[in-house]
Design a protein around this ligand. Structure first.
Ligand code: UTP
Length: 301
């Protein structure tokens, strides 16, 4: 079955980036020239995925505005013959369709409580089709366009998995920030897993392969989410639901990021600053000047 639906969760609180995220979504923070979530949308569209559902929440309106048609701006850019910017905001001619739904909030709670809960909100949109999930706060960058999600879809269909997850190797002291997988066998580039653990300690981590913000799921994931109680931080963890999916007898596989692919999760101030610097340095027009500026500043400090 052809996969053309993408779910982009953007309903999180972004508390680690306060006060920048007090009244604006973390996913709208710019990394060099674009908001983070625009990179995610462009990645999906480049891979032929054109039906995009955002799972939104409180204070996330600017995401809807950002991807909405803006005839006035288009007119102004057209008059100024600014084709570059026109192309960048023109999703309509590419046949991209955006949908929005709010994350369901569990009764008795006032706040969004977990990625598993966010994905559960996509059930109606998805129906009985497999779908892709791309976290709205994480950019996958590569030197040449590498087609990570396309590779994931290909493997997902080839092996008949219920879930296929992107993973990348992280330093030992970073495993505690991510979901970490336990490969069956050596875990080279495309492999099945035995287990997955959310934010393990260094001693408990089954490997150094951390989940890298891109997933392909069959609709079975919704049944697994329903069987999953709140986990770490009182949140319904998607990682725990994937674990339940395996317990229900389903196959879960992983695709490892290639050497030329890099994951930028902008969730903490440190990772946000690093992402901004890297993207500014690789800017075609200003990268060289920024490099000179940084070198000069480092000599002065
Ligand atoms: P994070 O795990 O970084 O959580 O979300 P967060 O709530 O945004 O940030 P902190 O921990 O408070 O600083 C990863 C992605 O999943 C979405 C977020 O919007 C982000 O894009 N998410 C997270 C949801 O859509 N709903 C949730 O309940 C949690």
């Amino acid at each position: 079955m052809r996969i053309d639906k993408v779910v982009i969760p953007v309903a999180g609180m972004g508390t680690r980036l306060l006060p920048a995220t007090k009244s604006q979504p973390k996913e709208m923070l710019p990394i060099a020239r674009k908001p983070v979530v625009q990179y995610v949308v462009e990645e999906m569209v480049d891979q032929g995925l054109k039906n995009i559902l955002f799972i939104t929440g409180k204070d996330k309106r600017s995401i809807e505005d950002h991807f909405d048609r803006d005839p006035e701006l288009t007119q102004r850019l057209s008059e100024a013959q600014d084709l570059e910017h026109m192309e960048e905001i023109d999703y309509e001619s590419e046949g991209v369709r955006f949908f929005y739904t709010r994350q369901m909030i569990a009764s008795g709670s006032r706040l969004p409580s977990g990625l598993g809960e966010a994905i559960a909100s996509a059930e109606q949109f998805v129906g009985d089709e497999p779908f892709v999930v791309g976290l709205g706060d994480t950019i996958i960058q590569s030197s040449n366009y590498s087609g990570l999600v396309r590779r994931m879809i290909k493997s997902h269909q080839r092996y008949g998995a219920s879930a296929t997850i992107a993973v990348c190797e992280v330093a030992e002291d970073e495993v505690q920030h991510y979901g970490v997988v336990k490969p069956k066998g050596r875990g080279k580039t495309d492999f099945e897993i035995d287990d997955i653990v959310e934010k393990p300690s260094v001693d408990e981590a089954p490997s150094r392969l951390a989940v890298a913000a891109r997933y392909v799921f069959n609709p079975e994931i919704f049944a697994a989410i329903k069987r999953t109680p709140p986990g770490i931080g009182g949140e319904l963890q998607l990682t725990d639901a994937i674990r339940n999916l395996m317990k229900m007898g389903h196959t879960v596989r992983c695709i490892r990021l290639r050497r030329d692919e890099r994951r930028y999760d902008i969730g903490s101030p440190e990772s946000y600053f690093k992402a901004f610097i890297d993207f500014a340095l690789s800017d075609q027009k200003y990268g060289y000047l920024i490099r000179q500026y940084i070198e000069q500043r480092l000599r002065e400090i």
